[in-house]
Structure formats: C-alpha cells, structure tokens
Design a protein around this ligand. Sequence first.
Ligand SMILES: *[C@@H]1O[C@H](CO)[C@@H](O)[C@H](O)[C@H]1NC(C)=O
Ligand SMILES: *[C@@H]1O[C@H](CO)[C@@H](O)[C@H](O)[C@H]1NC(C)=O
Ligand SMILES: *[C@@H]1O[C@H](CO)[C@@H](O)[C@H](O)[C@H]1NC(C)=O
Ligand SMILES: *[C@@H]1O[C@H](CO)[C@@H](O)[C@H](O)[C@H]1NC(C)=O
Ligand SMILES: *[C@@H]1O[C@H](CO)[C@@H](O)[C@H](O)[C@H]1NC(C)=O
Ligand SMILES: *[C@@H]1O[C@H](CO)[C@@H](O)[C@H](O)[C@H]1NC(C)=O
Length: 538
Amino acid sequence: WGDYIMSALLLFFPILLAWTEGTSAADDGMPFMEYLDPNRLVCLKWGFDNLKGNITFQLAVNSTGWISLGFSPSGEMYGADIVIGGVGSNGNYFNDYHAKEEVMPLLDKEQSYTLLSMMENDGQTIMTFQRAIQSCDEEDFHITAQPIKLIYAYGTSDEIKYHGPRRGTKEVNLLNYVPRTSNANATYLSVKVTNVPVPSNKTYYHCKVMKLSDFSTKHHIYQIEPEIENPDIVHHMLLYHCPPTVTTPYENPCYRGDPGDVCFGVVAAWGTGGGVYELPENAGIPIGGENKNILYRLEIHYNNPQQKAGVVDNSGLRLYYTDQLRQHDVGILNTGLLPILSVNYNIPPKAAEFHTYGLCNTSYFSQLVNPMPDLQVFAVLLHTHLAGRKVRVGHFRKGKQIDFLGLNENYNFEMQQTVNLGSIKTVMEGDEIIVECTYNTEDRTEPTTIGLSTFDEMCLAFVYYYPAISVTSCLSQPNTTLLSPTDYQPLVYTNAFIRDLTESPTIKCKPKNAANELCPSWIANTGGILLSLLWMIV
Ligand SMILES: *[C@@H]1O[C@H](CO)[C@@H](O)[C@H](O)[C@H]1NC(C)=O
Ligand SMILES: *[C@@H]1O[C@H](CO)[C@@H](O)[C@H](O)[C@H]1NC(C)=O
Ligand SMILES: *[C@@H]1O[C@H](CO)[C@@H](O)[C@H](O)[C@H]1NC(C)=O
Ligand SMILES: *[C@@H]1O[C@H](CO)[C@@H](O)[C@H](O)[C@H]1NC(C)=O
Ligand SMILES: *[C@@H]1O[C@H](CO)[C@@H](O)[C@H](O)[C@H]1NC(C)=O
Ligand SMILES: *[C@@H]1O[C@H](CO)[C@@H](O)[C@H](O)[C@H]1NC(C)=O
C-alpha cells in the first residue's frame, strides 16, 4: 500500500520526433570522448559502470603501428601504468605494462586489462579494452574521480621501440567528466533574477515565471552553467516549464497559490557545490518551436541560516543552446517523495539512520504515453536537505532489482551536482524506480517534516534521460491517512509498496596472486517489503 502519485501536468513536450529514432553512437557504453593530442590523431572514448566496477576504453590512433595509453602520476612515463597493442603481421598483440623509468616499460606480472576488440581500418588502429576501476594490482594505476594525467604514444611500425615525438599527455577526469568546450561564439540564454531583495528569513524560495526565448524553431540546450552572485546563500535552482494554462509572467515568493505553482517539468537543475553541466553529444533539452509561447519558472532556494539582512541577488542559469539539433530530446524525470505531502509524515529526532522511500512505478506511464519508449538514462541529480546522509536509487524490473540509477553513500548537502552515470541505463515500461534517503537526526530534538525549508527534508532524484516523454514527475507519498485532494490534481494509485533494495556494491581484492575480481554483492536480491518500513528506525 501507500499512495502513488504521478502529476500529469505537461503533455505538450515535443516527443514524437525522438521516438522513431534508433539507438545512437553513445549507446555503445562509451558516452565520453576526448582527443588527447592537438592534431586530433589520438582519440579516446570511454564509459564505465560504477556498480559493476569496470571501465571500458576505445583508443583510436591514426597509425598502423603500435599504439598505447597510460595513466601517469606525473604526466611522464615514470611510474605510469601503460597498455600497448596493435595489429601486427602475426596478428593482434596487447599487453599491460608499467614504467619504472623513461625507458621501455616492463610487462606486468598480472595482466589487468582485457582486450575486447582490435582493428586496423583506413590507416587507423582502434583498440577497445576494459579493466576494473579499482585495480588490486600494485603495478596498476588507481582510477579515482579526480583529474588523471593520461599519456599516449604510438609508433610507425609494430616494433615497439622509442616513440620519438609521437607522444603526449592530457589531464582528464574519467569518472567525473566535464567536457571543456570553450567556444567563444557559443550562444546562451541568461535566465536570472534581477535585484531580488533576499529576506532575512532562514529559508526563502523565490520564483520568476517568464518567457525564455522567441525561437520559432526548435533549439537544443546542451550546457547549463550556474551564475551565482551570493554563493553563501544560493542553495539550489530549478528551471521548470509550465503548462499552457500559465500565460502571465510574474515574480513572487514561491508556493503562495500563484498560477506558476503548477509548473513542474524540470528543464535544468543545479545544487550548491555543483558546476557546469554538459549534456551528452547526442542529446539536448528542447526549447522553442511549437512550444515557443510556453512560460518557464525559475525557482531559487535561498538558505540564509545566519539571517543576513540586506542581501540583493542576481543569480541564475546560463543555458547554452544551438540550432544544430541533436539526435534526441532530453527529459528530466522527478522521482522520489512528493515534496509537499498531503499527509502527516515525520522523521523522528535522535535517529542515526532513518530511511524514507519514494516510488515511481512506470507501469502507469502508458496512461499518458502509449507506447512508452525505452528511457535511456545518462545522469542523475540527488537532492535532500540537511539531514540527508545517503541516497540510493534502485532500478527494478519484474520485481527484481537490476541496478542502481544513482548511489551516494556519502551524501553531502553542500555538494549537489548532476552526475553522469558513465554508461546508459535503460528504463523500460513497467520498471520501478525506488529512491531511498537515509537521514541522521541525532542533533535534533523535534521531528522533521517533509517540506520546502532547508530544515525540513526532501528525498528526490532527478533522472536525466532521452527520448523525452510527457511525464515530468513520478512521486509518491507514504500512506498515513486517506488522501485529500491536493494542488497537483494527482492520479492516485493504491496498492503500491516498496521493494527491498539490495546492498550497495563493494570492491574487495582477492588475496595476492589471485585474479582481480570484484564481489558483485549487489546482485543478491530479496523479496518485497511493505511501506511500514517508513516508520522503522534502523
Ligand atoms: C566487468 O568485468 C567483469 C569481470 O570482472 C565481466 O564479467 C563483465 O562482463 C564486465 N562488465 C561489463 C559491463 O563489461
Ligand atoms: C584519422 O583517420 C581517420 C580514419 O581514416 C580519418 O577519418 C581522419 O580524418 C584522420 N584524422 C586526421 C587528423 O588525419
Ligand atoms: C567565431 O565566429 C567567427 C565569425 O563567424 C569565426 O571566424 C570564428 O572561427 C568562430 N570561432 C569559433 C571558436 O568558433
Ligand atoms: C519571513 O519570515 C516572517 C516571520 O516569520 C514571515 O512573516 C514572512 O512571511 C517570511 N517571508 C517570506 C518571504 O517568506
Ligand atoms: C492505507 O493503508 C491502510 C491500511 O493498510 C488501508 O486500509 C488504506 O486503504 C490505505 N489507503 C489508501 C489510500 O491506499
Ligand atoms: C506497479 O504497478 C503494477 C501494475 O499496477 C503492479 O503490478 C506492481 O505491483 C506495482 N509495483 C509496486 C512496487 O507497487
């Protein structure tokens, strides 16, 4: 049980175009790409799966000789973990090396990389290989979510010898990739508030409902950049699109019964600590065209615990756009717990780990979108307030957990950013998404409610996917009393329940000399549990 709510507010999002398109280049599990050299002869594509613990690379070099990629502490060969491979006269060769000095690298005792494919085509060698993200081999580089100095080199023949000038280095954050596209001519829309007097209240939500553009044809937003004037108090910003019934621009405190309170289709999201976010190359957030007259609501949450007076703010978002349409329209699905509950639900004080759950059951999407296309999920933004310590987003199919769409075991209120998943995860019709939030209220003496204030709690996961469909929110609320009608005019579903999430994956190294393998502890699954767990303190 537990009441299930899906607000069906926005049915006009342009969706039909994207439906018929097939899978894209980025669907091969390697959504990221960088040229490692200025002449664009050395191209690295990669993708990873944090849960399975693998990272896959494809190195393409315009050479028919040997090619190599390394991970280096300094950017030099010294201390680097290196793979070298190629197509030779006697077939393919591929090996894992490490360099102790600036001379020919030494073969690793343990070969930690797996060759997936090797080919030579049109003067180019393309080598695809995989390894564990966390290697247990001392001779391998430990890949972390930090910028890593990648080195490359290649030869003109298959005899592996000194590379001469055919080498270089580039720093790339493999696990937390943000492309550095600094196009001086890039055009953007500046979506900002102007001289907002921020009240000295601890929490203040400001809403500006406005038109964004006059684009008569569809454009795609491909990058979102925050423009923050008061970083100490601007806590999060959300840009929503409005239903066509909202026709008048205005600016007011949010959620006071204004027409724009029903604008809930997330277009862009930013949280404190987050930076620039760029969408995958094959997808963009649609704007303009047949929806050119719709209004948008910019919501800025000001968190002012010191109750500073006299702050005036001009913050907002830059939306970089292009008329060169990408393959897919991006949608952002808001999942988790309804932020404004119509029932009484409290997180008790003095709890070390209190779990709250929100359910999105896509079985109901067919009432709004029929047929529902497969949703290709590529990024997620998790959101709670101060008491949040962990957020896990379970992905279930046919009653079994098949994956996590998001996982943060060390959730930090000050660091909220849209995180690329590293590979594409497919949500199919009938799949369930369960958002689990773990709160710590040991420092509190009063119950914590679910609500908008920083001192209330939220439990949300914004799921970025393509192709966009018309469903914008898929939220639930605990069944504590019978529901009264809410402002959302929701579709209410009963008989919903929360399934058990599996344990988060852990990495364990086998004793030395054994093969590197990860313990896929998350695969084990148990049956469903009832929503009564909501009130259980673990
Ligand atoms: C990850 O590596 C394991 C072996 O460690 C392998 O069985 C599995 O297929 C890999 N996963 C992916 C997604 O390639
Ligand atoms: C590298 O090789 C590919 C495949 O032959 C080719 O399309 C590309 O133009 C080459 N790049 C450069 C910079 O020469
Ligand atoms: C910017 O536009 C100018 C004029 O259209 C063009 O010459 C220049 O190459 C462009 N620069 C970039 C970085 O795209
Ligand atoms: C600020 O707090 C005061 C006193 O609690 C309240 O009356 C007022 O409505 C609040 N202002 C806003 C904009 O929330
Ligand atoms: C809430 O749960 C109770 C107890 O199981 C059930 O009787 C009631 O029908 C539920 N309410 C709704 C709206 O589902
Ligand atoms: C999701 O909806 C389907 C169809 O109504 C139902 O069979 C299933 O039990 C629901 N899942 C949960 C977890 O409530």
